[in-house]
Design a protein around this ligand. Structure first.
Ligand code: PA5
Length: 424
């Protein structure tokens, strides 16, 4: 298996019999998803998405990518939430350096941010991809207006058709209307895949291909996840076991899950995870609060809280067996800093010891924790991890008896904002 789950530090918190006893509920959740009879069953397009992506489509994207890379110095990816986080998490996880440098817009409304971005790209050849499933979201819509205006000063309408790509609904929404009027190239987001589950639709695949990411491996990994996490067996199915364990922890009063890792490259994967889990499970006054920490950085700021704060938290570590590169701690003849005792060891070795020490200390401090380990830090395993988390939250949502595929709560602030802005 290329992603494993270690639950040693759940002992004393969860009895194996409790997991076995949960099996019928997991079975019911599994059937609800796979027979499409559960809540929110009109949004289950993600469930078999990896196997429905054709190699022909991936090839088409890679051909387009070559064209765009040849004609551009930078890519601006406009989008927010599910139309932003999966793209950034994939790029950052793989080290951040892409064939075509990517800038992000439309994920905030900061005027300084947009001003600085426009300044940064003003002498560069720009391609823009604007992504919005609804086509009506305020942040990407007004960022697109501003960026398009800046590009119109530099490119004629024929050139703009080559430099603007839209990803949106097949028929609905303002962005689709813009596509129809302008003739911009466009890709369709399937109706039955919600924003936070859309990283493997054109939402993620198009900008990632343009950036030069190995989308074939990403999809291959997700396909492996699709087949591995479809088996109704709590022992064999890591996604189901993880879902069952977090359900038991929640029922024991563990209300906050910290997704902890020892890699800064995981920062945006955790942001993606927080949207996926937070929007899916937090319904009707229920749901674990998903949080994240990057160690060892955050051990020097949040370590006290983790070790000794209120014991309503549990922790899920994400570790990587083989990083892409390792760096050796050099020997120093004088050893003035006293660190020759680790000279000759890899940073990865030291990092893993820091993890082992942290997991053990947190367990002893009353924080149950478990660890997902990816065999390698590559696109394949990230694709598999995306699918693992998607499947886990689907099952967990059904265990909690909520609809994991809607997000009615996010409308409340929008209504007030539109009223304040005078929207008619
Ligand atoms: O999960 C969701 O549905 C949201 O977070 C959306 O992804 C986000 O609001 C962006 O929406 P849209 O793609 O319609 O612009």
């Amino acid at each position: 298996m290329s992603i494993t789950l270690n639950t040693d530090y759940l002992k004393n918190f969860i009895n194996p019999k409790e997991i076995t006893a949960l099996s019928p509920m997991v079975q019911k959740a599994h059937e609800g998803l796979h027979n499409k009879t559960g809540k929110g069953n009109d949004f289950l397009g993600w469930l078999d998405l990896p196997s429905r992506i054709t190699d022909g489509f991936l090839n088409e994207l890679n051909i387009l990518a070559k064209d765009v890379q040849a004609n551009s110095d930078v890519l601006i990816s406009i989008g927010i939430g599910g139309s932003y986080l999966g793209i950034r998490s994939t790029i950052e996880f793989l080290g951040g350096a892409t064939k075509l440098p990517v800038y992000y817009a439309g994920h905030n409304i900061s005027s300084d941010y947009l001003h600085n971005l426009l300044e940064t790209v003003k002498n560069k050849r720009v391609t823009v991809i604007v992504i919005s499933k609804s086509g009506t979201t305020t942040e990407p819509a007004i960022a697109f207006r501003a960026i398009k205006k800046a590009l119109e000063a530099r490119y004629n309408s024929e050139e703009l058709k080559k430099r603007i790509i839209c990803v949106t609904d097949e028929k609905k929404g303002a962005l689709r209307k813009i596509v129809e009027k302008s003739g911009y190239r466009s890709f369709v987001i399937p109706d039955d895949v919600g924003g936070r589950f859309s990283v493997l639709t054109p939402v993620g695949l198009v900008p990632l291909a343009l950036a030069g990411i190995d989308i074939k491996s990403l999809v291959e990994g997700a396909r492996k996840g699709q087949s591995e996490y479809s088996v109704m067996d709590l022992e064999k199915n890591t996604a189901y076991r993880y879902a069952a364990l977090r359900y038991l922890l929640y029922k024991k009063g563990k209300k906050i899950e910290i997704l902890s890792s020892f890699y800064p490259e995981m920062f945006y994967v955790a942001e993606w995870f927080k949207q996926l889990f937070g929007e899916s499970e937090a319904k009707g006054g229920q749901g674990i609060f998903p949080a994240s920490l990057i160690f060892s950085t955050d051990l020097h700021s949040m370590g006290q809280l983790m070790q000794d704060g209120e014991r309503t938290i549990f922790e899920t570590f994400v570790m990587i067996d083989k990083p892409q590169h390792d760096v050796i701690v050099p020997t120093d003849a004088e050893d003035l800093d006293g660190f020759n005792y680790v000279a000759g060891k890899g940073f990865d070795f030291v990092n893993k010891k820091a993890y082992e020490a942290t997991a053990s200390a947190h367990f002893e401090g009353g924080v149950p924790n478990m660890t997902l380990t990816l065999c390698q830090a590559d696109a394949f395993h990230l694709g598999q991890l995306y699918f693992l988390f998607e499947k886990a939250i689907g099952i967990y949502g059904y265990l909690l008896d909520v609809n994991p595929f809607d997000q009615p709560g996010v409308e409340a602030y929008k209504k007030k904002m539109f009223a304040l802005l005078g929207k008619k």
